[in-house]
Design a protein around this ligand. Structure first.
Ligand SMILES: C[S@@+](CC[C@H](N)C(=O)[O-])C[C@H]1O[C@@H](n2cnc3c(N)ncnc32)[C@H](O)[C@@H]1O
Length: 307
């Protein structure tokens, strides 16, 4: 009998299953499980406190209808559908429901659903015949998102799974669409996450992702510094071209960038402190200034081929 083999990131694979592309980020200093525990703790504590309207995610809530469409952000009309709790817990970097082309009756899985902002919007779009599935590993986030869905009157359209999105126990072939908003940058094994996205999608299913990546030359010492403390949503940000290579190598096709936004100084500071300064590690402002112009919110779609 074939022995399971160990691909990148130390995850055991079943023989005969598609192997993972190599992780492009070598994990420095902090181990992979240690990173995930830290990330989980940061977001769990933040959710326990009920979030905050301050200190993060400037990409939420200031857009006109046309600006929102062009930049992959929330429109005023969408914001009006959201309970305040969902906005206070929101820590995204775009609006994947805005470019996922969701249809009535579809099943949508949200990887790293947080406080449920995108679950609410997706649930409105898929309607009473559709379903949304929130997956997150922070127990208080799941509890808050349940509260949000109740407040929005959408509890009958949602299911929750408390699980690490790198974990192969994510169910297979149940979703038409996967959305994810500012989450995969936080994960030390991006190929593991994309493999789970591939597995949960039905053939011909699609993804719509908003995430943080780097573009242009980043001083390796500065990259190592932020990676070593896994700062906010920037510590695990990897070069966009390497990130897209992972998405393609896992098996997705027709990858198309729908919008990009380079973070300005205030946005960068807030994103590096996500979910808020109180919860994330202190970092050097001087080193962050060297990342200016290189941290980008990218929004893209791709398709799982029929066969
Ligand atoms: C930056 S917040 C974004 C939340 C939400 N998508 C939004 O737009 O507000 C990241 C979320 O991803 C979750 N998360 C991070 N790594 C995860 C993992 N490996 N498995 C499951 N959830 C994860 C965190 O608990 C947190 O709720």
């Amino acid at each position: 009998m074939n022995k399971p083999k160990k691909p990148c990131c130390g995850k055991w694979e079943e023989p005969g299953k598609r192997s993972l592309p190599k992780a492009a980020i070598p994990i420095k200093e902090l181990g992979r499980e240690e990173i995930k525990q830290k990330v989980k703790r940061r977001y769990d504590e933040f959710a326990k406190e009920g979030g905050s309207a301050e200190g993060c995610c400037p990409l939420v809530g200031k857009s006109t209808e046309s600006f929102a469409l062009e930049h992959g952000l929330y429109s005023q009309e969408e914001l009006a559908l959201l309970p305040k709790l969902a906005i206070n817990l929101s820590r995204g970097c775009g609006n994947p429901t805005g470019f996922a082309n969701l249809q009535p009756g579809e099943v949508v899985a949200d990887f790293g659903s947080g406080g449920g902002i995108d679950l609410v919007l997706a649930a409105h779009k898929v309607g009473p015949t559709g379903k949304v599935i929130g997956i997150d590993f922070a127990p208080h986030m799941i509890e808050r998102a349940k509260q949000v869905m109740e407040e929005a009157g959408l509890s009958d359209r949602v299911e929750f799974i408390l699980l690490d999105i790198e974990n192969p126990q994510v169910p297979n072939s149940i979703a038409d669409v996967v959305i994810s908003n500012c989450v995969i940058n936080l994960c030390p094994c991006k190929p593991c996450v994309y493999k789970q996205i591939f597995e949960i999608l039905k053939p011909d299913g699609r993804l719509a992702i908003s995430d943080i990546v780097t573009r242009g030359d980043v001083d390796p010492k500065v990259r190592d510094y932020f990676q070593s403390i896994w700062t906010g949503c920037t510590g695990g940000a990897m070069p966009e071209d390497e990130y897209f290579k992972i998405v393609s190598e896992v098996g997705f096709s027709q990858l198309k960038v729908v919008a990009r936004h380079t973070l300005g100084p205030k946005e960068l500071d807030e994103m590096a402190s996500c979910p808020g300064k109180k919860f994330s590690p202190v970092f050097s402002e001087e080193k962050l200034a060297q990342m200016q112009g290189k941290i980008v919110s990218t929004k893209f779609i791709a398709v799982k081929p029929k066969e």
